[in-house]
Design a protein around this ligand. Structure first.
Ligand SMILES: [Zn+2]
Ligand SMILES: [Zn+2]
Length: 416
C-alpha cells in the first residue's frame, strides 16, 4: 500500500491525501487552502496535483472520503469528476448542503454514500473504516485503512476535550496495535502554550460572564461549531435568558437530532433575520421557502432593542445588524473563535464597534484540535511503526517529541 500527501505535509488547510494499491486509488479529503488572514493575498482555490481526480480529466480515482465538513477538508469537492463516489458522514453532508444554499454554492451532486462509525467499507482491494472523533466541526471522522495486513490511520482533525471526547477515546482504544503508518494532525504543535479547556469549562465561563451582565450578551462564534452552540445555549438558559440565533444557524441546527437546541423543539429560542442575508436569499431560487421556514420564531430589531434578557449568536458579517439594534451600550460580547481571526479586517471592524459602544469583550474559546495530551494518547497508546504529521506548520517539533516520525514533502510516494 502507498500514500501520497498531495497537500498538507507542511501546512494547515487544503488537506488532500491519496492512498493506493496496485488496483485501487482513494482520496482522503479534498480541501481548499485557508485564506490569508490579513487579506493581503486574494483567495484563489488552487487544486492539488492529483491525476484523474478532477472534472476535466479521465477519471482514475475510485472514491473520495471526506473526514469532515470544514472548508480546508471539503472545499474543492465541486471540482472533482462527477462520477467519483463521495463518502461522508450523514450530518456533515446535510450541513454542507444547507450551508451551500446560503452561501451561493452548490450541493454535492456526485453519487454520495453516508458512512457510519465503525462500519467497514470496501473499495476495490482497500478496506476503510471511519471512526467518529471529537472536533469543533460536527460529525468528524478518522479513517483506518487496511490492505494485505497493513494498517494506515488518518486522524483527520480531532481532539479529546470537546463534548464527544468519548468518541475519540473509543477510536483510539479500538485501533489495531500493529499500525504501520499513523498520519496525525498537528495543528496545535506550535501553539502548545495555548490554554486548552473543555467545552464544559467554556460553558461555565460563559455562564459567569452572562450572569454578570444586566444587558444583552452577544456571542461571536461559528454557526457550525455545534459543541460551542450547545455550551452557549446552556449558559444562556441557566442565566434565564432567551437564546437568539440567526436564520442560517437555525437551518444548520435543524439538520441535527433533537438533543441539539433548535427553534420549535426548545421554546426559548428565537430567530433573527440578518438584513443583507435576507435581502440576498429572497432573490435566490427557492430562497424564500428557506427563509420562511422559521418565521414563527422571528424576533425583530425593535424587540431586540427593547429587551435586555437575551443572548444572541452573531458572526463578523452582522456588523450592520448590530448597529441597528438600539440600547446596546455596556452589553456583553463573547469572542468565541480562534484569536488569529482578529487580524481579519471584517473581524476588527465588528470588535471596534463593540468597543466604541462600551461593550465588555471577553475571550472565551478552546481549540477544536488535538493538544499534546491527545497526541500522546494516540501515539503512546498504539505505538505506530511510522508517524507522519499532517495539517501542521511545525512538523519538526514532532521529531523532537516522538519516535518514528517521518516528514515527507507534498507529492512524495510513501510505501508501507
Ligand atoms: Zn476541521
Ligand atoms: Zn482542518
Amino acid at each position: 500500500m502507498h500514500v501520497i500527501i498531495h497537500r498538507g505535509s507542511h501546512q494547515i488547510g487544503g488537506s488532500c491525501i491519496e492512498v493506493f494499491s496496485d488496483k485501487t486509488r482513494i482520496i482522503l479529503d479534498i480541501g481548499e487552502e485557508l485564506p490569508d488572514l490579513e487579506g493581503s493575498k486574494p483567495k484563489v482555490a488552487v487544486p492539488p496535483n492529483v491525476g484523474g481526480l478532477f472534472k476535466d480529466e479521465e477519471k482514475k480515482i475510485d472514491a473520495v472520503f471526506i473526514s469532515h465538513g470544514h472548508e480546508d477538508h471539503i472545499g474543492l469537492i465541486q471540482n472533482i469528476h462527477l462520477t467519483i463516489p463521495v463518502f461522508i458522514g450523514e450530518k456533515a453532508f446535510r450541513i454542507y448542503n444547507i450551508t451551500s444554499r446560503f452561501t451561493g454554492g452548490k450541493i454535492i451532486s456526485n453519487p454520495t454514500y453516508q458512512f457510519q462509525s465503525g462500519r467497514e467499507i470496501i473499495i476495490g482491494d482497500l478496506s476503510i473504516t471511519p471512526y467518529l472523533v471529537d472536533h469543533s466541526g460536527f460529525d468528524a471522522y478518522a479513517f483506518l485503512i487496511k490492505h494485505d495486513n497493513k494498517y494506515i490511520v488518518y486522524t483527520g482533525d480531532f481532539r479529546c476535550h470537546g463534548r464527544k471526547k468519548k468518541a475519540t477515546e473509543y477510536f483510539i482504544a479500538n485501533l489495531p496495535n500493529n499500525i504501520d503508518l499513523l498520519m496525525v494532525e498537528g495543528t496545535m504543535m506550535n501553539r502548545m502554550k495555548e490554554q486548552v479547556e473543555t467545552e464544559e469549562e467554556i460553558e461555565g465561563k460563559a455562564y459567569d460572564f452572562i450572569k454578570s451582565k444586566a444587558n444583552p450578551v452577544f456571542v461571536l462564534q461559528s454557526s457550525t461549531n455545534i459543541d460551542r452552540l450547545v455550551s452557549m445555549y446552556r449558559a444562556a438558559k441557566k442565566s434565564r435568558r432567551m437564546f437568539v440565533i440567526d436564520i442560517f444557524t437555525a437551518h444548520i441546527v435543524s439538520q441535527l437530532d433533537n438533543s441539539i437546541p433548535k427553534p420549535g423543539q426548545f421554546k426559548d429560542i428565537r430567530v433573527f433575520y440578518p438584513y443583507h442575508l435576507t435581502q440576498r436569499m429572497f432573490q435566490e431560487p427557492g430562497g424564500d421557502i428557506l427563509m420562511k421556514e422559521f418565521n414563527r420564531y422571528w424576533i425583530s430589531r425593535k424587540e431586540l432593542s427593547q429587551r435586555k434578557n437575551y443572548c444572541m449568536l452573531i458572526r463578523d458579517s452582522m456588523l450592520s445588524d448590530l448597529q441597528h439594534i438600539e440600547n446596546l451600550k455596556e452589553s456583553g460580547f463573547i469572542y468565541s473563535i480562534w484569536s488569529g481571526y482578529k487580524r481579519q479586517e471584517r473581524m476588527a471592524k465588528i470588535l471596534n464597534y463593540a468597543k466604541s459602544i462600551n461593550m465588555e469583550i471577553m475571550d472565551i474559546h478552546t481549540s477544536g484540535h488535538a493538544c499534546i495530551d491527545s497526541l500522546q494518547r494516540i501515539i503512546h497508546g498504539n505505538r505506530p511503526k511510522k508517524i507522519i504529521p499532517i495539517h501542521t506548520e511545525a512538523s519538526q517539533l514532532f521529531v523532537e517529541k516522538f519516535e518514528g516520525v517521518y516528514i515527507p514533502q507534498d507529492g512524495e510516494v510513501i510505501s508501507i
